[in-house]
Design a protein around this ligand. Sequence first.
Ligand code: NAD
Ligand code: MG
Length: 297
Amino acid sequence: MTDQYTFTNPVDQYHTGGFDEQYQEGAGLARELDPKPDHGEQTYRGTDRLAGRKALVTGADSGIGRAAAIAFAREGADVVLSYLPSEQADAEEVAGLVRDAGRKAVLAPGDIADEQTARGLVRTALDELGGLDLIANVAGKQQTQESLADITSEQFDETFKTNVYALFWIVQEALPHLPAGSSIINTSSIQAYSPSPTLVDYATTKMAINTFSKALAQQVAPQGIRVNVVAPGPFWTPLQTAGGQPTEALPEFGQQTPIGRAGQPAEIAPAYVYLASAESGYVTGETLNVNGGMPTP
Ligand code: NAD
Ligand code: MG
């Protein structure tokens, strides 16, 4: 089996080639993807890098958030899992994996485009984990539209609420409670610098996330709180089959990267772990690109 530790050629380390056309309503489910993504379920090995940490992960049910949540738990963190109610089945699988790692999993379904729900996640973490020192904002909304004329105000609003406002609400609510040593990790995208013509609203939010993070990182550094960003390239997740890409683009998905294939969520979890752990103590305001080699500024 492919893992993250064996010396190997990254070009064919995971699924090569494109993907069959497939479509899911709503946010989609990891369990319905064909082929099944690899979130590190069978492979991620922890080494106590986050022992005793208390984490909140949004979008934790599937994709990149699931991979981060599994890795955080195997590194020794308790985790609050945020996701949409429609994703309960995926989230319960992740909770099982967190508990198998001997850590606490707290299920926190809800729509983070709603201010009270987003802010409430912080209270859930404080009450259920007895504190909070690690936030991975991974949730995101991406809906492709051929023309600007097709982007409704409702879509524009939902994309900004989910990707930018929720991040602001969660971080603002959490900051008074975060001890020195805490880490905030936000999730941008290659779209921040290389926007697709059909992702105008989404790409704009991803640039906002980078800028938000770089400004805030300077503000809170003296308190010993670090703010960093992970910027994925094309990863095989439900987002891409639930309207994030035109369905007919899936056979080509990921092929344009220098590595020549899409990434699997297991391949990006170590970036979150690095930015979460004290190993990266001198790193803040940074964006770590994990994108198969596409050039970034
Ligand atoms: P994903 O569908 O597995 O995860 C996105 C998650 O966002 C969903 O599982 C859902 O729980 C959450 N979410 C969306 N709207 C929400 C809402 N209103 N309330 C609560 N939760 C909500 O897909 P993914 O690709 O793992 O996405 C994770 C992050 O990675 C996103 O921020 C996305 O923009 C970013 N990203 C993904 C790719 C990629 O190719 N997959 C590329 C660049 C950036
Ligand atoms: Mg999901």
